[in-house]
Unconditional design. Structure first.
Length: 287
């Protein structure tokens, strides 16, 4: 059965039907999924029935998976699978987080960002699976960075082509109110450098590679670079380039291409309602 894609306006998001992700996906269907991601950048699969094991197994069909880091000491992780990133608000016992440092860390997810841009080895796809959704809020908003680049004034395109930004996890976390990182945290996540303008390999279109993790422009005065980054993020997140995906039920899966999108979590009452979201992240193939 061929995949069926229903485009959601604006046209970089689609709801996809016609494939069962719980068992190995055929090569033909996998090519269709990748083709849909190249076209749309964000694909939504409803009520998949995936669990942790099948979520990871399907993700592996798309490439090598990144392992989630340990940033808050031993015994904090909720999952036995190192491939699962915890994008929820629960502690290891399954209770709503009371640890203020971890809650402040999670606030960084509300800033526009690109998963793993703070790593030297970039990621291609993120696959976020809902296990429990709050009764209101907590959706995920996306920005189309290819369309945003297309819409930039020609002079600005020329100005930024070839620039390199430094991305640092703790820059974005401190923007969201996280305290100064400890020396251990700094050593665990040092900064990385990436070109500001990229060519998306799947579509051949130019795209902006930005995030709240982007601290400054390499070789520029710090504040001048930060002004440029802020201005570009503001431009890219104008309503014409953005759309929120609503999480309707457990089993909903959203896959997006980090090389041509930014995203952010939208607010919900995180001290009252449970939100259990688990993410796998596919590493970019190195040439």
């Amino acid at each position: 059965m061929a995949l069926s894609c229903t485009t959601l306006a604006p046209s970089f998001i689609a709801e996809v039907e016609g494939v069962d992700l719980r068992s190995p996906v055929s090569e033909g269907s996998l090519r269709e999924i990748i083709s849909a991601l190249d076209q749309y950048a964000v694909c939504v699969f409803r009520a998949t029935g995936l669990d942790d094991a099948s979520h990871i197994a399907f993700s592996r069909q798309l490439g090598t998976l990144e392992h989630a880091p340990s940033l808050f000491g031993k015994g904090v992780k909720r999952f036995r699978h190192p491939e699962l990133f915890d994008a929820g608000n629960l502690d290891a016992a399954g209770h709503i987080l009371a640890d203020e440092r971890r809650r402040l860390y999670n606030k960084g997810n509300a800033l526009w960002h690109t998963d793993s841009s703070f790593n030297p080895h970039r990621s291609t796809y993120s696959l976020l699976l809902a296990h429990e959704v709050p009764p209101a809020g907590g959706d995920t908003e996306f920005a189309d960075m290819r369309a945003a680049h297309d819409a930039l004034p020609s002079a600005l395109k020329e100005k930024i082509d070839g620039l390199v930004a430094e991305h640092w996890l703790w820059h974005s976390r401190m923007l969201a109110g996280y305290p100064q990182p400890t020396e251990e945290e700094r050593l665990a996540k040092p900064p990385a450098h990436h070109e500001l303008v990229q060519v998306h390999p799947g579509s051949g279109r130019k795209t902006l590679y930005l995030a709240s993790h982007a601290s400054h422009i390499v070789g520029w005065p710090q504040e001048e670079g930060r002004q440029l980054i802020r201005g570009l993020i503001e431009f890219c997140t104008e309503p014409r380039f953005c759309r929120a995906v609503e999480w309707k039920q457990a089993g909903d899966l959203v896959i997006w291409d980090n090389r041509c999108t930014m995203h952010r979590a939208t607010p919900f009452e995180d001290t009252l309602f449970r939100r259990d979201m688990r993410r796998t992240t596919v590493l970019e193939n190195r040439r």
